[in-house]
Design a protein around this ligand. Structure first.
Ligand code: NAD
Ligand code: ISE
Length: 335
């Protein structure tokens, strides 16, 4: 039978996931949506056959025909909603971040372990992107030797009004934390944040851009340029520098046009365009796994590990000092 999904949070990502479940992927339908802004939820529910709108996430989780939950509410709402989904033993796809801090992430890990089986997939969608997957396979194949360095660029056109300087780390660079852990198969041991002078075009109080440096447990170094209000386009690029060569993704060269005006290509304007295929695959693989009563993709442990690096990153941002990451021992449950 088709998986009945409750989508919690009907903003930018929630609305896009509802469209995806309704129109793009197979094996699932949107049974319920919920948003604190109930009118917004209702407007979205009106576009989907058989979907009911709620003003409260708990009501949507308990609604008839709900077999699984997709959380697209803001990070601070995730802990309560994850615990409610686990209490009902529902499979969850939780948009990143798992939770905004390491303590709340640990509470979620505890609840999942008490349940006795993994139910949570975290929305680190880059793991489903074809370019990132090619880079992962190349590094795994070992032809270039050990990766020594990775250079990343993460640029957004603009951010939500409620975006803060610490969210540059916990909302945006959190993706590079997950990518570095996944691609290099190492934990991040320490983090340093360097701030150039802020762009005069960034909103007041947002110290954008920033340069973030991770040191991994086996001595690799990752640099990240995070520029959340660059104005011109959405770019996510990574170059792995290995002992015998380098590999780069995210250059956006798939369409190059020569014209009387010159040569060039298009730059996507947001993640919804750049990562459309990755989100489709992420949600399809989540649905397939949930229907087969298993889980796939990034786990709650990956969400916790990223949250622990974020905590150190926010401290590093505040103090200007290199800051060690404190990680609890990985439970066998997440081996
Ligand atoms: P948004 O602000 O556009 O939408 C959030 C919605 O959640 C709003 O409609 C708001 O009213 C609603 N909401 C707030 N608190 C709620 C609660 N307690 N219960 C139910 N609804 C609630 O935000 P967004 O950009 O769609 O981001 C949502 C989530 O998706 C965040 O976790 C964000 O980090 C993540 N995100 C992921 C990606 C990605 O590339 N994977 C991209 C953007 C956002
Ligand atoms: C947003 O929440 C995302 O997850 C996007 O992928 C990222 O590029 C952006 O910086 C975040 O704000």
């Amino acid at each position: 039978p088709s998986l009945g999904v409750a989508v919690i949070g009907t903003g930018a990502m929630g609305a896009d996931h509802v469209r995806r479940i309704d129109q793009v992927i197979s094996g699932a339908h949107v049974a319920a949506v919920a948003d604190l802004d109930e009118a917004r939820a209702r407007r979205l529910a009106d576009t989907v056959d058989g979907c009911t709108a709620y003003g409260d996430a708990a009501e949507a989780l308990a609604a008839p025909g709900v077999d699984a939950v997709l959380l697209a509410s803001p990070g601070p709402a995730h802990e309560e909603q994850l615990l409610a989904a686990l209490a009902r033993d529902l499979p969850v796809l939780c948009e990143k971040p798992l939770t905004p801090d390491a303590e709340s992430a640990l509470r979620v890990l505890d609840a999942e372990r008490k349940l006795g089986r993994r139910r949570i997939q975290v929305g680190f969608m880059r793991r489903f992107d074809s370019e990132f997957r090619k880079l992962k396979r190349l590094l795994e194949g070992g032809t270039l030797g050990r990766p020594l360095l990775m250079h990343c660029r993460h640029r957004n056109v603009k951010v939500h009004d409620y975006f803060t300087t610490s969210m540059l780390i916990s909302d945006s660079v959190v993706h590079e934390m997950d990518c570095a852990r996944w691609l290099l198969e190492q934990e991040i041991a320490a983090i340093t944040v360097v701030r150039p002078r802020p762009s005069s075009l960034a909103p007041d109080g947002l110290e954008d851009p920033q340069v973030v440096l991770f040191e991994t447990t086996e001595g690799a170094v990752v640099t990240v340029e995070m520029f959340a209000t660059c104005g011109f386009g959405y770019q996510v690029q990574a170059e792995a520098v290995c002992e015998r060569g380098t590999a780069r993704i995210g250059e956006g060269h798939d369409l190059l046009v020569n014209s009387p005006a010159g040569w060039g290509g298009e730059i996507p304007q947001d993640f919804i365009a750049r990562f459309a295929d990755a989100y489709d695959l992420e949600v399809q693989e989540w649905v397939d796994a949930a229907r087969a009563d298993r889980t796939t993709g990034p786990t709650a442990w990956d969400g916790y590990a990223a949250a622990a690096v974020c905590a150190a990153g926010i401290e590093a941002q505040r103090t200007g000092q290199r800051t060690a990451v404190e990680l609890v021992e990985r439970p066998d449950f997440y081996a």
